[in-house]
Ligand binder design. Sequence first.
Ligand SMILES: Nc1ncnc2c1ncn2[C@@H]1O[C@H](COP(=O)(O)OP(=O)(O)OP(=O)(O)O)[C@@H](O)[C@H]1O
Length: 299
Amino acid sequence: MSLILETKGLTKHYGDFTAVDNVSISLEEGKIYGLLGRNGAGKTTIMHMITSQLFPSSGSLHVFGEEPYENNNVLSRISFVKESQKYPDSYQVKDALDVAEMFHPNWDRDYAYSLIEDFQLPLKRRIKKLSRGMLSSVGIIIGLASRAPLTIFDEPYLGLDAVARNLFYNRLLEDFTEHPRTVVLSTHLIDEVSQMLEHVFLIDQGRIILNEDAEQLRGRAFSIAGRASVLDDFIHGRQVLSRDSLGALATATVMGSISTSDRKLAADQGLELTPVSLQQLIIHLTQENKTAPKGAASK
Ligand SMILES: Nc1ncnc2c1ncn2[C@@H]1O[C@H](COP(=O)(O)OP(=O)(O)OP(=O)(O)O)[C@@H](O)[C@H]1O
């Protein structure tokens, strides 16, 4: 296992506000990571520190074993695609690709042009005349064709329709299989990407509240529905993330995997058990964290 990135106690203050709070994470080679969290959680701030656009207030950050600041040896190995990417007014799509080619040593021009066709982008149109979704496609194409050892997508698909998003996921997976690299995806569309993710970081109010293998995470919670009194007996003593009731019926979300005996018990009592999606689990965990004292759930 080779580490691509490691942070220890990474912290960023803006005045007396702490946007990123004591974050210690590591990224391995050849994996797809999800960096997930609510608006304002601190995701972009972390990505800006990784890509040397911001200095940390404290803590350490090593990318490819070195500090990234003004370090071309590190920065040439990173491709960072962000939703708000700006281009000079005079740039056509082709110019953006030409510039990207200069910065990324692994750039594959044929692949970039095949993606241009897939996404049906007009090469000679000025970028400022592109629709919002087309502009997002430019960033996605640059992120994919750069084949950078560390590729970071920060909410890359504002305005992109479902067909184009699906195209992005398919191309990413195909190309990742042929050219493995480390990919970080930051997105709010968790269910759409959840099958691709191998590892998930969940950040809330600047802190990492979950740092876990996606496969393990998928089995971490389940939903249960049925008659309230029976359901309450079933969930007694378990870690309950939420419970709602309507008349005599209730539903609850419970941490833990479903064992064979649970399944039998639930069936005998007319309770229905279903796995919780990654998105639902994350909603529950961030809501739960809001009520917990800061740091209580941090790893
Ligand atoms: N330059 C700045 N000065 C003061 N506060 C800032 C600055 N930049 C970011 N913040 C604050 O830091 C927090 C984290 O912002 P950040 O952009 O990292 O969140 P995010 O998780 O990327 O959110 P989103 O999902 O909405 O993009 C927010 O509360 C934001 O207002």
